[in-house]
Design a binder for this molecule. Structure first.
Ligand code: URA
Length: 241
């Protein structure tokens, strides 16, 4: 027997969290029976239907996109803005792993592997995301200490951030630095900067764990190699144990 949400995520339909929402909303049946309680266990070969459609187990695809500015991290947008999944030529139902804001650039994983996506986003797996941040004013030692110890955003204390390569430009009164975090709350870095009285002027994600923007110009993407996929799987497993 397997957890129903896990089976749905493994099929690539959506993340495990999203699958749990669908189950609770009464949209999932297994072998003809509606399931709404969690955790729900089903047979590995159960016929699972979501909103009346039989779940199919499609081949997994994994892409790394260097997201340009002005593209929305979503599978669709009611305002008709370009979405990150539109940039990828694939027949599969893909979705982004986590979120980069409309004006944020850099690395984004896009896949139909809901299970891996869920693990990468989960703070317990401690997958490091590396950002280059440009802010107003000077990032003082005091500010760095605060970020290292954690700041309050939306009543939540952020986990320690690592800070490197701090460069203050006196002429423009701005600071550029590298920030490494493993969480991914909504607009986390912008909120963290607000918490220390600064404003983000530019934000780019230059690495997710061992994956970097090297040889990947803005707006371009590439498929992950099988070796990279394996390494990501191993990383999430090692970190969570
Ligand atoms: N933090 C933010 O504030 N925005 C992003 O796009 C990513 C991290």
């Amino acid at each position: 027997m397997e957890r129903l949400a896990k089976v749905i995520a493994q099929s690539g339909y959506c993340s495990r969290r999203k699958a749990e929402e669908l189950i609770k909303a009464g949209k999932v049946t297994a072998d003809g029976k509606k399931i709404t309680q969690l955790p729900a266990l089903v047979k590995k070969d159960a016929d699972i239907m979501i909103e009346g459609q039989l779940l199919s187990f499609e081949e997994k695809e994994y892409y790394l996109l260097n997201k340009p500015r002005g593209v929305i991290t979503s599978v669709s947008d009611e305002k008709g803005r370009k979405t990150v999944t539109e940039l990828i030529a694939s027949e599969k139902r893909l979705y982004p792993v986590g979120r980069l804001d409309y004006d944020t650039t850099g690395l984004l994983l896009i896949t139909n592997d809901g299970e891996l996506a869920n693990l990468i986003m989960h703070p317990a797996t401690k997958i490091e995301k590396h950002y280059v941040v440009k802010i107003t004013g000077k990032l003082t030692n005091e500010d760095q200490k605060k970020l290292h110890h954690g700041v309050i955003i939306d009543e939540y204390l952020t986990k320690p951030a690592k800070i490197k390569k701090v460069k203050y430009d006196k002429k423009t009164d701005t600071t550029v630095f590298s920030l490494i975090i493993h969480e991914g709350k909504n607009q986390q870095i912008k909120k963290m900067m607000n918490a220390i009285g600064k404003k983000v002027l530019k934000l780019k994600r230059e690495a997710i764990a061992f994956l970097t923007t090297d040889n990947l110009p803005s707006g371009h993407y590439r498929a992950l190699t099988p070796k990279e996929v394996k390494k990501l799987h191993n990383l999430t497993k090692n970190n969570i144990n």
